[in-house]
Ligand binder design. Sequence first.
Ligand code: SPD
Length: 278
Amino acid sequence: MERWVSEVNEGWGLTVNTRNQLCDIRSKYQHIEIFETVNLGKLLMLDGIIQLTSYDEFAYHEMMANLPFYACGHTPERALVIGGGDGGVLRELGRHPELKSIDICEIDAEVIKAAREFLSETACGYDDERVAIHVGDGSRFIQEHPGCYDIIIVDSTDPAGPGEPLFGEKFYAGLKRALKPGGAIGTQAESYFLFPDIARRVVKFAKGLFKNAGFAQIHVPTYPTGVIGCCVASDSECVFAPLRSPDEKLQKELRYYTPEIHRGSFMLPGFARELFER
Ligand code: SPD
């Protein structure tokens, strides 16, 4: 039976027509739901917030993985993903043979389990033998790994529930400590339409800690407002343009990320540019 499911944000919502619920679990941390939709493939929601649909998840995951990869001051060898239990960022990092290890620290083992069972096209990232899974608190994990990583990607849900500590200043300082010199971060920085204060705050933290930091926009039609940000930051010479480029083989595999999109994603509408300059 068809059922319209919505993510609701103060007075309006984004609604997707589904035909079948594949997963409905209340874990220790959150409500995990996976649906088969009528025309967007699978849909993952955590506590009623859309995390991905098969239709457009490539856009978000390619950018979250590749913006920091190509902003890093040297060729990255060690990557860490915080959150990202669905495996989409892992899948994109796995396309880079230069990476020797890819750690993931996800707080909710049930998300990993559900994704591997019902979202195989996204969770295939776990099949890579370079991936090591750590179930636990990302804030604590980075404290225990100073100077370890070339790139760190924070693929969190919204700042409520388990994602909340990942939007604080202390956490950003911890990310910097966990990086090797010249390393880069890419963090989920929300939409400048929907959560301008959060977007501004995290970019401000990053600007205070790194030589270069900025908000890159990613077009994702099934996130409310159709746009979401990645805060990219590094002490490398530049984050706003790629320091290296995908080779021909990799570029053919990518559907969203290109060196031009890397540069273009930092070109923001006037009101958003003004927001980040405040
Ligand atoms: N507003 C929801 C933002 C969700 C970002 N994380 C998505 C997880 C996909 N791997």
